[in-house]
Design a protein. Structure first.
Length: 371
């Protein structure tokens, strides 16, 4: 649960930038928060329905009777706006007294249909009571990239539990097990040891399935003397972990597996050592991609090197060819190069890291091996 002190600090960070938000540089008087992860970050509310409004003077939270008590417990910094029924998109209820003010909305989350609901509701108000809705992209996302102490604590606990769940499953791998049985071992361990849920459906890709980066665990049995790619994560206190390891199911890895694995591990280690604060995400990606390209597998590494992780499993900043955001202390990112060879399989190795004192520090502890 987010502490009152942390919520207050986040509200002040948001209020400090209201003057710079909006499409024309004139600032906004308040922000409607509808994106679930942004709503949780700014208010501490973990429920599934509600809208927050933050202005320079106050913070309001509109929701229906299912969540009135929960708002009181989790969001004491917010004034509850009681909405009848389950329609939390009742604009006049939360926008009372905002006539003539510029109120920002989150264009990346608010659908056109919901935007029409808001504008139609506003149009029904007396003219002097109507606020103006203006897009305010990335109002909270930019703030969320730098994790505070509570977030780093939750993320670390999520990573360590995810590592333990992976180790539990990896120690029990044997030929004949299905990919889904391995995925179940991960899920069972994670839930029994305190995870709220998985960050995403576990990827367990045996043999040739490893060439598909987002393969989902199937009923296919694992075969001896093949590689197995396992990509999984858990959620603890709302925060996600993300880990990939590739293991050999057999006595002695093949020469090709050892060669590909060594290239991927070298690319990952090189990136973790060389990425630094101030570097653009795309430059970090290129560090690992160059290692793989020099080894002759450049076209076999087609995705970005990594992504931010927090309340969402994929956040900014991105370590990818499109990554234009400079890296900074407090960013939590994955570093996950891979090589994928259709008909043979693949190798991906992923750590979750935090930028500290200008350098990446891996949080992940699950073993990797120099073959």
């Amino acid at each position: 649960m987010t502490s009152t002190t942390t919520t207050s600090a986040r509200l002040e960070r948001l209020r400090a930038r209201l003057g710079e938000l909006g499409p024309d540089g004139r600032g906004i008087d308040g922000l409607l928060v509808t994106t679930p992860s942004n709503r949780r970050w700014i208010s501490g509310f973990t429920g599934s329905a509600g809208v927050a409004l933050v202005t320079a003077e106050e913070a309001r939270f509109a929701t229906d009777s299912r969540y009135w008590e929960q708002v009181g417990q989790q969001s004491p910094e917010f004034t509850l706006v009681r909405v009848a029924g389950a329609n939390t998109f009742t604009a006049p209820a939360i926008l009372e007294g905002m006539g003539g003010k510029r109120i920002g909305f989150e264009p990346a989350n608010l659908s056109y249909a919901d935007y029409e609901v808001w504008t139609a509701s506003i149009a029904e108000l007396p003219e002097h009571s109507r606020p103006q809705l203006v897009p305010a992209p990335r109002a909270i996302e930019d703030l969320r990239m730098v994790k505070d102490a509570e977030e780093l604590d939750a993320l670390t606990r999520a990573v360590l539990l995810g590592d333990a769940a992976f180790n539990h499953a990896a120690e029990r791998l044997e030929p004949g097990m299905t990919e889904k049985q391995v995925a179940w071992l991960i899920l069972e361990y994670a839930i029994q040891h305190g995870a709220e849920d998985l960050s995403f459906a576990s990827i367990v890709a045996g043999g040739p399935h490893g060439s598909l980066p987002h393969w989902r665990a199937s009923n296919s049995p694992l075969e001896a003397e093949t590689g197995v790619v396992i990509d999984m994560g858990v959620i603890v206190d709302g925060y996600c972990s993300d880990l990939t390891r590739t293991v050999w199911l057999g006595d002695q890895p093949s020469d090709e597996f050892k060669r590909v694995y060594d290239i991927v591990l070298t690319a990952q280690e090189t990136a973790e050592e060389r990425i630094e604060a101030g570097m653009l995400g795309k430059t970090g990606h290129e560090i690992a991609h160059e290692v793989i390209r020099q080894a002759g597998y450049g076209e076999a590494f087609g995705h970005g090197l990594g992504h931010g992780v927090g309340l969402d499993i994929h956040e900014d900043p991105r370590l990818a060819p499109s990554g234009e955001i400079p890296l900074a202390d407090g960013h939590v990112v994955t570093v996950e190069p891979g090589i994928y060879l259709p008909g043979w399989g693949g190798v991906r190795i992923e750590d979750q890291c935090v930028m500290e004192n200008g350098r990446l520090r891996p949080i992940s502890t699950a073993p990797k091996f120099r073959l």
